[in-house]
Design a protein around this ligand. Structure first.
Ligand code: BTN
Length: 262
């Protein structure tokens, strides 16, 4: 059911003025819809019950069950050029995890560059995906930050195990409460990021990093997989991998990270 904007505003409290929210029953993709609204002010939010062409990273589609997910996008403007926005999607992940924990969520971790995972009996399952798309002109940059969050795991064939908030200690959570908590934390984190860059959020991200100091493999289409010890991330959001030839910085988000085989 479409979100009630008055209820959401009440939950946003003093921060309600920062956001202009549009709740849709259906759209192709909340990111695409927001990208089409070129003059939308910073703080514009589109939340949709159902996406007909939800998009994920690396050209993938994002599947979600309408009654069991929260799918929304937030537009945020920065005075910086896109080159200075390294680590933005990691900062968004840290804000998301923090908001879920404030609501009582448990077992939530982060995977580089921008997945929220849930610890399960068999390892980790994907709880949420983040897709940040940037557009810029000469003196500013806008980020469309899309988040797809499972309230319960989606049904159907999935590329990787999926989890829902119902398994994270938040069964039946109200979507107004959930969205308001995430937007409130995003406003705080994005302001810190705008002022001091990812360095200001790095510790919050790394504390929840599921592969911290563990052996991993980085898969890049066509390239030989890189294996090493995952040292975390640097102040630009690059992944630090200790390999036999020294510490390598991985900047590209177009790679897959897997636990190394023992
Ligand atoms: C990923 O893990 O690949 C990123 C998934 C991002 C999905 C969200 S759902 C809301 C927003 N609209 C989209 O089309 N994609 C993002």
């Amino acid at each position: 059911m479409r979100l009630d904007l008055a209820l959401l505003e009440a939950r946003l409290g003093e921060q309600a003025g920062l956001f202009t929210v549009d709740a849709l029953a259906v759209c192709d993709s909340t990111n695409s819809e927001l990208l089409r609204r070129a003059d939308a002010p910073s703080g514009s939010v589109i939340v949709a019950d159902r996406q007909t062409a939800g998009r994920g990273r690396r050209g993938r589609s994002w599947l979600s069950t309408p009654e069991n997910s929260l799918t929304f996008s937030l537009l945020w403007r920065f005075a910086d050029s896109p080159a200075r926005l390294g680590g933005l999607s990691l900062a968004v992940g840290a804000a998301l995890a923090q908001a879920l924990e404030q609501l009582g969520g448990q077992g939530i971790g982060l995977k580089w560059p921008n997945d929220a995972l849930l610890a399960t009996a068999d390892g980790y399952a994907k709880l949420a995906g983040i897709l940040v798309e940037l557009a810029s002109n000469r003196d500013s940059c806008q980020a469309v930050i899309g988040i797809g969050l499972n309230l319960a795991p989606p049904a159907g064939e999935l590329e990787q195990p999926a989890a829902g908030l119902d398994q994270a200690g938040l069964p039946g959570i109200d979507r107004h409460i959930l969205l308001a908590a995430i937007l409130r934390q995003l406003a705080v984190t994005l302001d810190r990021f705008a002022q001091s860059g990812f360095a200001a959020v790095r510790a919050d991200w790394q504390r929840r990093h599921v592969w911290q100091n563990r052996p991993v493999q980085i898969l890049d289409a066509g390239a030989t997989p890189l294996t090493g010890l995952c040292l975390g991330v640097d102040d630009d959001g690059a992944l630090l991998l200790e390999t036999a030839t020294g510490v390598q910085r991985i900047y590209s988000g177009d790679v897959s990270l897997r636990p190394a085989k023992p």
